[in-house]
Design a protein around this ligand. Structure first.
Ligand code: N9Y
Ligand code: NI
Length: 196
């Protein structure tokens, strides 16, 4: 049974066992576009990806299932080379700040201004710390197909834009550390903003 068949079974729960890690070839491929309309299988996959993020952010569920908390997940991390991602970003109170499942997402415009996270980035598919700033666009305009087969265009900035770009990188075979300056990991590029 392949990863997709397994994950879309009724009552299946995605855990860390389903996630593939650095060194796996799939993580370096350019993932395949999905067809419009989205097939029922891929709609289920998107929902399962979002449920994983919810579980991972729920302390009880995360402990029970031994999940690392995550704000985003891309299908290639589940060994499924398709252009699908899920994002779930909580605010300070733990309420949902941004939640979306995206099919064939594409950045159609972006700021010149760059931004990065103060403590760098990590990845559920990378089981080691790779220190350094990962520069991202501060603002992005993203076009994608949503759960209802509607074409959407949204603007994201700061933390939400960073998460989107991290996930979109997964669809293009790029890992966060590819974007860290090897010679000087904490180099501050001119005009780059640093976010807490
Ligand atoms: C999951 C990553 C995605 C983010 C990394 C940087 C920007 C997007 C992820 C590793 C461990 C921590 C975790 C994280 C978090 C953050 C704020 C609030 C709650 C998808 N991934 N993390 N990376 N958690 N939880 O690899 O979420 O940042 O491709
Ligand atoms: Ni990642």
């Amino acid at each position: 049974m392949d990863a997709l068949e397994k994950i879309i079974q009724d009552h299946y729960v995605i855990t860390m066992k389903d996630i593939i890690f650095e060194g796996h070839k799939i993580l370096r491929l350019v993932a395949e576009e999905v067809e419009n309309p989205i097939t029922p299988e891929l709609l289920t996959l998107g929902e399962q990806m979002m449920t994983f993020l919810k579980n991972s952010q729920d302390p009880k569920m995360a402990e029970e299932l031994e999940l690392r908390g995550g704000v985003g997940l891309a299908a290639p991390q589940l060994n499924i080379s398709k252009r699908i991602l899920a994002i779930l970003i909580p605010d300070e109170e733990g309420n949902v700040q941004f939640e979306e499942i995206m099919y064939n997402p594409k950045i159609i415009a972006h700021s010149a201004q760059e931004v990065c996270l103060k403590s760098g980035e990590g990845c559920l598919s990378v089981e080691r710390e790779v220190p350094g700033f990962v520069s991202r666009y501060k603002r992005v305009t993203v076009m994608y197909i949503n759960h209802d087969n509607k074409e959407k265009t949204i603007k994201l900035k700061d933390h939400q834009a960073i998460v989107l770009q991290h996930e979109l990188d997964h669809l293009n075979g790029v890992l966060f550390f590819d974007r860290i300056n090897e010679k000087d990991p904490w180099e501050i590029k001119e005009g780059m903003e640093i976010l807490d």
